[in-house]
Design a protein around this ligand. Structure first.
Ligand SMILES: [Zn+2]
Length: 120
């Protein structure tokens, strides 16, 4: 799933966002699975919490196994997962741009070969 920062900010409020960013920066997020519509992760806090994020229509929604989520709603673990997903998407985007470029060069080489063989 493609997660947008604005959706994360819409779902999760401060100070949970900043705390979540801190968790992400410290490498406390482990993404377990991501598909088109849902992501599952583990976040290490005072214990390990399980986070699921999904899109309900255009809106981001989710849940966490921590007590804060039960009482107050969207928590820092969900924010940390959000930042991890945004980071992953960026990395994927960069590597897809790179492989596209490499693919184009292979095409160009093949084309040159064909032209050369036509001219011979
Ligand atoms: Zn939580």
């Amino acid at each position: 799933m493609r997660l947008y920062q604005r959706d994360t900010e819409y779902l999760i409020k401060e100070p949970y966002l900043s705390r979540g960013r801190g968790y992400f920066n410290k490498g406390k997020v482990q993404i377990i699975s991501v598909n088109e519509s849902e992501s599952k992760s583990k976040v290490v806090g005072s214990t390990v919490y399980r986070v699921t994020l999904w899109y309900k229509g255009p809106l981001l929604d989710g849940e966490c196994s921590c007590p804060a989520f039960m009482y107050y709603g969207p928590c820092k673990h969900m924010a940390a997962t959000g930042f991890a997903l945004i980071y992953l998407n960026r990395k994927k985007y960069r590597s897809s741009v790179r492989s596209e470029h490499a693919g184009r060069q292979v095409c160009l080489k093949r084309l040159k070969k064909q032209i050369r063989s036509l001219l011979q």
